[in-house]
Write a protein that binds this ligand. Structure first.
Ligand code: NDP
Length: 396
């Protein structure tokens, strides 16, 4: 068979971010397997142009429509044949088009939902890093993917670990003999601190994650433990696990990425260095294993593995996420939207660290959960939670 016919054509959405960089690093190691056909970014025009020079995609998309002329002119000046596009509609259309068969969904926040849904409806292989889309519209997204035959491969290291232990996402819990899922958490930069010690922490301290190098939003989510809360909801949707069968374990070394316990008493864990290129290689190559540029584990050098219970008093965001998942309907969308606005305000120095859980709790108690059977209902809940949170920030 013609080698070109076996090439996976990959769209990297969120190409200028941390996951985007890891994905492109793995892809570039396998020119015989993968071809980057679409690169998409939010606002970082120069970084997108640099990536286009390196990867020479067929299409480049900048979400901010005002940057379209600069993208077009920059591509032309670089002598590239890459076609320029702008705006979220163009992004959705390309994610669903024949330009790609694989979509790395690595846009941060609810902004990633629309293109992820478009890729799901078009039956693509989706390497799903954008956990917020599952929190906001988990049932809708998984149902859309199932109907269209799209394959969702989780990129979050914990969910990739569970996926690898189960060897698929389809293995329904009971059929696979799964008793429970143990989701590990690093504990973030403030592990071990009491609530009172968190009053004055700064954005720079919050984004300085001890183990992972990530974008600012997820880094703050790791510091508040909201990231783990979002991941509990994500695991619930990806693996059809009821909440009572998910346990969070703080594991500061971040080497055991998660575990699955089976009814016969076996527990399988997936381990590796904290480097997202491993999970991206799993998603790109699955079911084959491909080189990721990541070394193996030297357990003798690492010495020990510790596990402890999460402190939900100092880090109430984890409990808020459980609360939202239990309430169901629009509650996870409200949780996610309030959190995005609160984290953004914290990063801009407009509110303190402890305001993040307070603002999320306020949104959840002010906007009671409603049944969420359509995308419109979910997006409306998202918008109301954002407005409510922005008003609360302005009034503070
Ligand atoms: P970054 O902040 O590093 O990157 C975010 C990317 O999203 C950038 O390319 C940004 O473009 C793009 N973007 C932002 N807003 C829009 C928009 N409205 N339309 C189109 N593109 C947009 O984030 P990360 O790479 O750290 O995280 C990405 C996702 O992956 C998140 O959902 C995160 O939770 C998840 N994830 C990340 C992990 C990590 O190790 N980083 C681990 C597990 C999950 P630009 O910068 O050009 O504006």
């Amino acid at each position: 068979m013609d080698a070109a016919m076996n090439l996976r054509r990959v769209a990297v959405l969120g190409a200028t971010g941390s996951i985007g960089a890891s994905a492109l690093d793995v892809i570039a190691r396998h020119p015989d397997r993968f071809q980057v056909t679409v690169l998409a970014a939010g606002r970082q025009l120069q970084a997108l142009l640099d990536l286009c020079r390196t990867h020479q995609p067929t299409h480049a998309v900048i979400a901010d429509e005002q940057l379209y002329p600069a993208l077009r002119d920059g591509l032309r000046a670089a002598g590239l044949a890459t076609q320029p596009h702008a705006g979220s509609a163009a992004l959705d259309q390309l994610a669903a088009s024949d330009a790609c068969d694989t979509v790395v969904a690595a846009i941060v926040g609810a902004a990633g939902l629309s293109s992820t849904l478009a890729a799901a409806a078009a039956g693509k292989r989706i390497l799903l890093a954008n956990k917020e889309s599952l929190v906001l519209a988990g049932e809708l997204l998984t149902r859309t993917a199932e109907r269209a035959g799209a394959e969702i491969i989780p990129i979050d290291s914990e969910h990739s670990a569970i996926f690898q232990c189960l060897r698929s996402r389809d293995a329904s819990l009971d059929g696979a003999g799964v008793r429970r899922i143990l989701l590990t958490a690093s504990g973030g930069p403030f592990r071990g601190r009491r609530r009172a010690d968190l009053e004055q922490v700064t954005p720079a301290q919050a984004v300085a994650h001890p183990k992972w190098s990530m974008g600012p939003k997820i880094s703050v989510d790791s510091a508040t433990l909201m990231n783990k809360g979002l991941e509990v909801i994500e695991a619930h949707h990806l693996f059809h696990v009821p909440a009572q069968r998910i346990q969070v374990l703080v594991h500061p070394q971040s080497l055991v990425h998660s575990l699955v316990e089976f009814i016969d008493g076996s527990t399988l864990a997936q381990m590796g260095l904290p480097d997202m290129r491993t999970t991206l290689a799993v998603g790109l190559g699955w079911p084959q294993r491909i080189e990721a540029g990541v070394g193996g584990l030297d357990l003798l050098a690492q010495g020990r593995l510790d596990f402890e219970a999460p402190d939900t008093d100092a880090f109430p965001c984890l409990a808020l996420a459980w609360q939202a998942m239990d309430a169901g309907g629009t509650a996870p969308a409200v949780l996610n939207a309030a959190n995005e606005e609160a984290v953004s305000a914290f990063l801009q120095g407009r509110v303190g660290f402890l305001a993040i859980p307070a603002l999320v709790a306020n949104a959840l108690s002010t906007l009671p959960a409603e049944p969420a059977d359509t995308l419109e209902v979910l997006l409306s809940a998202d918008q109301r939670a954002r407005q409510l949170t922005l008003n609360a920030i302005a009034a503070a």
